[in-house]
Write a protein that binds this ligand. Structure first.
Ligand code: NAP
Length: 262
């Protein structure tokens, strides 16, 4: 299916790896020009080369830096001639017991996973409205629907973003002008982040890592982790012309892990 977005410009935050990169790859395959971002410049440059290899006709610009910093956001927004598509993403907060979370932890989490996307949305919406096309995707988490006790920072900050989006997406000047905002809620995906949240790092033996991964698979009806390209495909669809009538939604992509009907 032709998604009807070739030639558009997308800003994809935190896209040098993982789910953000999956979104950038899917958009590149659709012929969307990109501005990508990540803190590590070398890793970001490698991702840019991979994206250009997927579609050499594209323009792929990169802005290295921490997207939670206002100066990096300003550079990021200025890197594209205009913004048709905004994919909000940033690193997730650390897992920890509620009892260990400090005021600074809360400020950081709110800045990463709530205020940064809200600031970018505010900057992009007026031009999207006047141009009659805009797609905003926020990468949130399955934890929005099914909170995980050790992910208190994520549960809290992402719930704030979700509430904000739910209201603003329904403003008539957005929907009536072909500007949509939707959230994608990942379950467990095969990225560096999922391994960290499971306590798997360089120190973990291969056998121990395998044991933990297999135990986790048993909690997912699909019996595997999602692939970033599956996540990217959903993101690209939500950015399409065809998805113009979907807004203010929270879409789970989790291999069936969430047990509820709604
Ligand atoms: P990941 O594999 O760790 O990748 C994160 C990417 O974001 C990297 O490219 C990283 O590059 C970049 N990044 C992180 N913090 C950044 C910042 N402040 N500014 C700019 N770039 C930044 O993570 P992921 O699994 O793709 O997760 C993406 C989001 O989805 C996170 O918020 C995570 O909590 C959420 N999520 C993931 C899962 C999952 O199963 N993977 C499930 C639920 C929710 P640099 O380090 O070079 O900056």
């Amino acid at each position: 299916m032709d998604l009807g977005i070739a030639g558009r410009w997308a800003l994809v935050c935190a896209s040098s790896a993982g789910l953000g990169r999956g979104c950038a790859q899917a958009l590149a395959k659709e012929g969307v020009n990109l501005v990508i971002n990540g803190r590590n410049e070398q890793k970001l440059a490698m991702t840019r080369n991979e994206l250009l290899a997927l579609n050499p006709a594209l323009e792929v610009r990169m802005v290295a830096g921490d997207i939670t910093q206002a100066s990096v956001r300003a550079e990021f927004l200025a890197a594209a001639p205009h913004v048709d598509i905004l994919v909000n993403n940033a690193g997730g907060p650390r897992p920890d017991s509620y009892a260990n979370l400090t005021t600074d932890d809360w400020h950081d989490a709110l800045n990463n996973n709530m205020i940064t996307p809200i600031e970018l949305i505010r900057e992009c919406l007026p031009d999207m409205i006047s141009r009659g096309f805009g797609r905003v995707i926020n990468i949130t988490s399955m934890a929005v629907k099914a909170p995980v006790s050790v992910l208190g920072l994520s549960n809290g900050a992402r719930a704030g973003l979700t509430g904000f989006v739910s209201g603003v997406a329904r403003e008539a000047e957005l929907a009536a002008n072909n500007v949509t905002i939707n959230n994608i809620l990942p379950g467990a995906f095969d990225t560096d982040r999922i391994l960290k949240t499971m306590g798997i790092d360089e120190q973990t033996s291969a056998e121990e890592a395998q044991r933990k991964i297999e135990a986790r698979y048993k909690t997912i009806p699909a019996r595997r982790f999602g692939k970033p390209e599956e996540f990217g495909a959903l993101c690209a669809f939500l950015c399409s012309q065809q998805a113009a009538y979907m807004t203010g939604q929270n879409l789970l992509i989790d291999g069936g892990a969430y047990p509820g009907t709604f």
